[in-house]
Every structure is written in structure tokens, then in C-alpha cells.
Ligand binder design. Structure first.
Ligand SMILES: [Zn+2]
Ligand SMILES: [Zn+2]
Length: 248
């Protein structure tokens, strides 16, 4: 059962009670050490500058990567805290299929570091809304779990109701960049009551092409947001990005 639907103090008490019974474990491999065991801590890959000023992939040669020069994402920018690999990949899998408050707390520590590293600023955090069918299946939205943990750590407001999905979209897995953008176009709507005049940061677990964050941003700009950045725990480095980069 997810504890996310309970009032937060009660959810936390339950987590604390569970910690006594089941001590917190390494987010990457489950050994009884927290947040990472030494082996996982040695293999997590923080995403470090220099990065492309727009999409945030590791990038050495000038301000924008080749893809952003040719076909830029339409939002203020994207930043991610880790390369999607090793222990981070395993931790996200855990979070996706066995949502745990403690795990989100462990991952939030790295997100706060990433936030500071990239000088992020926001008036409002908004998680990428998952489809209601997917949320029903899992009982919670992992982007919201991460955004909630980040919001508590940074003392920034989070309002999931600022953004909603207005149409279900097939999974992005296996789609090429152009198809991904087409797949999520106009899939979201934002509420000006929350977004108007705000510097909004859209939070998600993983960024692959940036297409979902871009579609969220389109809705938020339309609702009057002053700026929209994407911020994700992890970043998938695509094959063509590995080929074009020169680093990693
Ligand atoms: Zn470990
Ligand atoms: Zn780029």
C-alpha cells in the first residue's frame, strides 16, 4: 500500500515504525545501509557540468549541443542530477514498482545537490502527471513522490493540480525523437490559477528526449508561466548523444 494518500505526518510515522522493523536499505542494491552502500556510492554517476545550456546533456564544445542547435526543445531548459545507469537505474525501478517514502528521501538528497549544482530557481514545483490508468495501477505517481520530497527539502511549494493530463498517451518507450514529440503534443493542460507569472520547474524521474517536459512546458506557458524548466533525477544518454559528445 502506498502511504502517499495518508496525511503526511501519519505517513511519516508509519515509515518510522517500518524503519524500526525494516531498517532503511541502500537505494541501489538493498544492503542495510542508507542512502547508499559504499559499492553503490562509488558507481553512481552524477551529471556534472559542463552541459548543453538548453537540454542539459554533458557537453563540452560551446553553449548548445548539436541537437539543440538544429532542433531545440521549446522550454527554458532541462537539468538532471544523475546519468541513468547502475544504482540510479535500479533505485528508480524500485521507486516505480515499490514506491517507498524512504527511497524518495534518499534520492532527494542527490536531487538537492543537482539543484544547487545547476543554480536552479523556482516559485513552484510541479510533477509530470502520470495517466490516471497508470496511477491507478501503481497507486501513486513516482514523479510526484520525488517532487514532494524535493519540495520538503527546498521549502518550495509543490502543486500537482497546476498541471493535468488531458489525454492518455501510449508509452514513449521505443519511439524515435520526432515520434515522441508527436505522441505527447497537447497531452497536458495547466491551470493559470497556479502557473500565471510563476517560475515553474517541472519534476520527473527520468528524462530521455525531453519531449514530455516540453509538452508540459507548452501547457504551462499557455497558462502564463514566466519560465518553465524541467528537472529530473536521471538523464538517459541516447546513443547519438554518446556519439556526438566526446565525454563520458
Ligand atoms: Zn548498494
Ligand atoms: Zn542540447
Amino acid at each position: 500500500m502506498s502511504t502517499l494518500h495518508l496525511p503526511r505526518p501519519i505517513a511519516r510515522l508509519m515509515e518510522e515504525a517500518l524503519d524500526l522493523l525494516f531498517p532503511p536499505r541502500c537505494a541501489g542494491c538493498g544492503r542495510p545501509e542508507w542512502p547508499w552502500c559504499p559499492a553503490c556510492a562509488a558507481t553512481v554517476s552524477p551529471l556534472l557540468p559542463p552541459v548543453c545550456s538548453l537540454c542539459g546533456i554533458p557537453w563540452l564544445r560551446g553553449e548548445r549541443c548539436s541537437r539543440c542547435k538544429e532542433d531545440p526543445l521549446h522550454l527554458d531548459g532541462v537539468r538532471s542530477c544523475y546519468i541513468y545507469s547502475g544504482p540510479i537505474r535500479r533505485a528508480l525501478h524500485q521507486l516505480k514498482f515499490h514506491g517507498r517514502y524512504r527511497l524518495a528521501q534518499a534520492l532527494a538528497t542527490g536531487m538537492v545537490e543537482g539543484w544547487t549544482r545547476f543554480g536552479m530557481e523556482a516559485d513552484l514545483l510541479v510533477p509530470v502527471p502520470t495517466s490516471s490508468a497508470r496511477q491507478r495501477q501503481r497507486g501513486y505517481n513516482q514523479a510526484a513522490v520525488l517532487a514532494q520530497a524535493l519540495s520538503e527539502r527546498l521549502a518550495l511549494p509543490m502543486h500537482p493540480q497546476a498541471l493535468r493530463r488531458v489525454r492518455a498517451t501510449p508509452s514513449q518507450v521505443g519511439l524515435a525523437q520526432r515520434a515522441r514529440r508527436e505522441n505527447v503534443r497537447e497531452a497536458f493542460a495547466a491551470d493559470p490559477q497556479w502557473a500565471w507569472g510563476k517560475r515553474v520547474v517541472v519534476v520527473d524521474d527520468v528524462c530521455t528526449s525531453g519531449a514530455t517536459l516540453e509538452a508540459c512546458a507548452a501547457a504551462l506557458y499557455q497558462a502564463g508561466a514566466r519560465s518553465v524548466w524541467g528537472f529530473t533525477l536521471a538523464r538517459v544518454i541516447l546513443k547519438e548523444e554518446r556519439d556526438q559528445k566526446l565525454r563520458l
